[in-house]
Design a protein. Sequence first.
Length: 460
Amino acid sequence: MSSSSMIPVANTGAPYSETTRFQVYTHRHLDKIKPLQKLTPEQRFEMEVVSNVLPFRVNDYVINELIDWNNIPDDPVFQLTFPQRGMLDPKDFDRMAELLKSGADRKQVNALAKEIQAGLNPHPAGQQEMNVPMLNGRPLEGMQHKYRETVLFFPSQGQVCHSYCTFCFRWAQFVGDKDLRFASNEADLLHAYLAEHKEVSDLLLTGGDPMVMKTRHLVNYLEPLLKPELEHVQTIRIGTKSLTFWPQRFVTDDDADELLALFEKLVKGGKHLAFMAHFNHWQEMETPIVREAIRRIRATGAIIRCQAPLVQHINDDPKVWERMWRTQVKLGMVPYYMFVERDTGAKRYFEVPLAKTYEIYRQAIQHVSGLARTARGPSMSAGPGKVEIQGITEFNGEKAFILRFIQGRNADWVQRPFFAKYDPEATWFDDLVPAFGQEKFFFSDEYEAMSQERGADVIY
Ligand SMILES: *Cc1c(COP(=O)(O)O)cnc(C)c1O
């Protein structure tokens, strides 16, 4: 992060970054990460224990240019990427620690890791069972079609990230269990499905991180969307953390210029290209190379929208969100969503009560101008849909959360307000019950019926 660490990059003369070669570290390479040697052997062993259960992957750019190693362990990017003891239940932690100390082999360690992972709700909100679309009677494995106008696509070459976030709700697909993975290498099937579904206006490319893919793969998936039979697909969204973890992708990588040319071609061809950037903290947006990457992407006509969950230890502070949203607007980006962290993985370490999350949102949004108030939330991606906490109210002496659907499994639910009993400890949608003497939420029966149809899976 210090300016002395920046060296000029030949083709532009601008001081970008000392890191140009992508060097990655996983749980097998913890001892190769130089700054970690500052920590005690005990702290390093704790990391080893946790990283045998939860995914860990970090690269030199994150280590050398994003983390302030004089602020360990509190540094937000350190918390974002490095395993911490509190991420595991103490009992699970002790079991794994003892097993490792006993000199157990890989097989035994993996077996215990699997057992612990299974107890961490690896597939929240029915992701796997309920949203798989069909083509000619066959399920399309690398896709989800949950909301009428938007299809999610998980390209098979994009199922990793340049680094892993410690709180990631997709953690299960990174720990090697093939059953838990969405994957597809079928660009043709994607285009065939879209051609049959004229109600789909948005394609959302996600992962992992689609930006780990070589440009030629992205061309395969995206360029055919310019064909007349896919004109109804107006918006292409790319969900990515690459601006944080590897902005070199857009500046100095071998195929960076071809990537930007693809973006430009899609925009010129009439598509709305929305680059959905995941930023958790303003500290991710301070290096010269990320600023150059943002500038180059925007120059193609793509729009950068920003989203992130609110999590303890990283951004549970209105000041952090305020500065993050201001920075985004200053750099020409659009704040889009604040998410509630999902009920999976290391949630015990990251979860924040809904009441507190809402209060952080409210305080942050009060202190920014209208251009940053485009951030919606806090939003929970739950089974029935995306539910936003709109406020906390009191009526006839009863306190309640005011909620609404931003997205609903039935589009007719969208935008209808409903109420849940105020509960200062609730951290997720499933903890909520109806307020004001009602037995059920207005959508409960219908959602229940939809959940029974598992296997059929087709809603549209
Ligand atoms: C959030 C989300 C979308 C997109 O919703 P928008 O409100 O259009 O941003 C689509 N599919 C799934 C499964 C989602 O969670």
